[in-house]
Ligand binder design. Structure first.
Ligand SMILES: Cc1cc2nc3c(=O)[nH]c(=O)nc-3n(C[C@H](O)[C@H](O)[C@H](O)COP(=O)(O)OP(=O)(O)OC[C@H]3O[C@@H](n4cnc5c(N)ncnc54)[C@H](O)[C@@H]3O)c2cc1C
Length: 421
């Protein structure tokens, strides 16, 4: 059966009911599109935001509903045909239809892929035991919450953002946590700077995390099919009621690949977010965007990217001539440390990192420089000025005086070097 609108009505179909998909539907209506919108999502939950899953929701401070992008009524009132627990199996580009798991076909005039990403799986003996957990959806967060409430202990594999946030939540409940990280410092790939990474290592150790750097996991041991310890690369055994794996994510590109779209670490899209097919777009974690400001193809796995690319794709679906120029932005909250980061600093392009403020006291800025210019920056706990002055330096694109940049007595804007004429 094919679901097709009557009366020549256009059908805009969105695959993936995460933040990017739900925001795209909202923008289509806000921009006055009054024809058919179908939002297809394989999860059975209303579209929701994921950051609370490792923070307020996991801690038990925020209600489940607070993560929802919209209440259930919103979809009804805005005539968005939201179909939960509905997986798209394939795209039939020849017929302009998506094929659902139950073989129903849904016609599209424009199709937005907002399928997000999925956790990379751990590949060691014992990885299939009960109690080996990942964190991507609400059910995953519920499972980790139950382990925390039962008192742990927990072994976290990977000291990236997700692993560290889970460790922080567990420590806030006084649960014993061991974090295993093969690199010499946490967040090394994300931050590319040892001094900044050490801030996070110290933070976690001060809160009682047993942070084992340069240490991997070689196997997971269990009793009665359930985890009870892990063996690390240095031969130690660590007791564990659960193992939480946070070793990165991969974009969910299967549909796009099978449909023959250009895919390589994400669905390739132009600055309007159109893929290699002129009626198919991509947004959020799954989109690898040809970025007109950064002059590179980038794929960003962060909340703010889903928040802005969903609406951007919606405007492109409507034929607006909009170019995506937003800089990557992300944030984290761990214990009493709040951080925001903006910009793009591939490690091989960065010449130096300049710090400004009280690093030991965890109230500082860090700037990543390439060819004398700020290409990315972050602040830790400096909420009065926040991230906007950093963004202004990046967008200005001028060279900076690094001594002034590091000097808290000099306003950030005055760190720019201005040449006469
Ligand atoms: C625990 C956690 C904490 C995070 N914390 C932060 C943070 O602090 N700061 C930050 O910047 N970012 C954070 N992120 C990242 C951020 O949440 C993601 O970048 C964002 O969710 C991406 O949104 P999306 O809409 O692209 O994809 P997703 O949110 O992954 O949504 C995609 C949806 O599509 C569905 N889907 C996939 N394939 C199909 C199909 N074939 N048919 C139907 N449906 C399908 C999926 O099930 C999913 O529901 C966090 C992520 C997680 C998991």
């Amino acid at each position: 059966m094919t679901t097709q609108p009557g009366n020549g009505e256009h059908s805009f179909v969105i695959v993936g009911g995460g933040l990017a998909g739900a925001k795209a539907a909202e923008t289509l209506r806000d921009e006055g599109f009054d024809e058919r919108i179908v939002l297809l999502c394989d999860e059975s939950e209303l579209p929701y935001e994921r950051p609370p899953l490792s923070k307020g929701y996991l801690l038990g401070n925020d209600a489940r509903e607070s993560a929802y992008v919209h209440e259930a009524n919103w979809y009804r009132e805005n005539n968005v045909d939201l179909r939960l627990a509905t997986r798209v199996r394939r795209i039939d580009r020849f017929a302009s239809e998506v094929v659902l798991a139950d073989a129903e076909r849904v016609h599209y005039d424009r199709l937005l892929l907002a399928t997000g990403s999925e956790p990379r799986r751990l590949d060691v003996p014992g990885a299939d035991l009960d109690g080996v957990l990942y964190l991507r959806n609400l059910a995953d967060s519920d499972a980790i919450k139950r382990v925390i409430e039962a008192g742990g202990p927990i072994v976290v594999v990977g000291a990236g953002w997700i692993g560290l946030e889970v460790a922080a939540a567990a420590r806030e409940h006084d649960v014993e946590v061991t974090v295993l990280e093969v690199a010499d410092l946490p967040l090394q790939q994300a931050l590319g700077d040892d001094e900044v990474a050490r801030v996070f290592a110290d933070l976690h150790r001060e809160h009682g995390v047993d942070l084992r750097l340069g240490t991997g996991i070689t196997s997971i041991e269990g009793a009665d099919g359930r985890v009870d310890s892990v063996t690390t690369s240095d031969g130690s055994s660590v007791r564990a009621a659960a193992v939480v794996v946070g070793i990165g994510v991969a974009p969910r590109t299967g549909l796009a690949e099978d449909a023959g779209l250009v895919v390589d670490n994400g669905v390739h899209v132009d600055p309007h977010l159109f893929s290699s097919d002129p009626v198919i777009l991509a947004a959020g974690d799954v989109a690898a965007i040809e970025h007109p400001v950064l002059h590179e193809r980038i794929r960003v796995e962060h909340w703010a990217n889903a928040l802005v690319t969903g609406p951007h794709a919606a405007r492109s679906m409507l034929g607006h001539d909009v170019v995506f120029e937003e800089l990557p932005y992300f944030f984290t909250d761990q214990y009493d440390l709040g951080m925001e980061y903006v910009g793009y600093a591939p490690p091989d392009a960065v010449d130096s990192v300049v710090l400004r403020g009280d690093v030991a006291g965890r109230a500082f800025y860090a700037f990543w420089l390439a060819a004398g210019k700020v290409v990315a920056g972050m602040h830790v706990n400096l909420w009065d000025d926040g991230i906007d002055p950093v963004k202004a330096l990046i967008l200005d694109g001028g060279a900076v005086d690094t001594a002034k940049l590091a000097d808290t007595a000099v306003p950030l804007g005055e760190a720019l070097v201005r040449r006469a004429g």
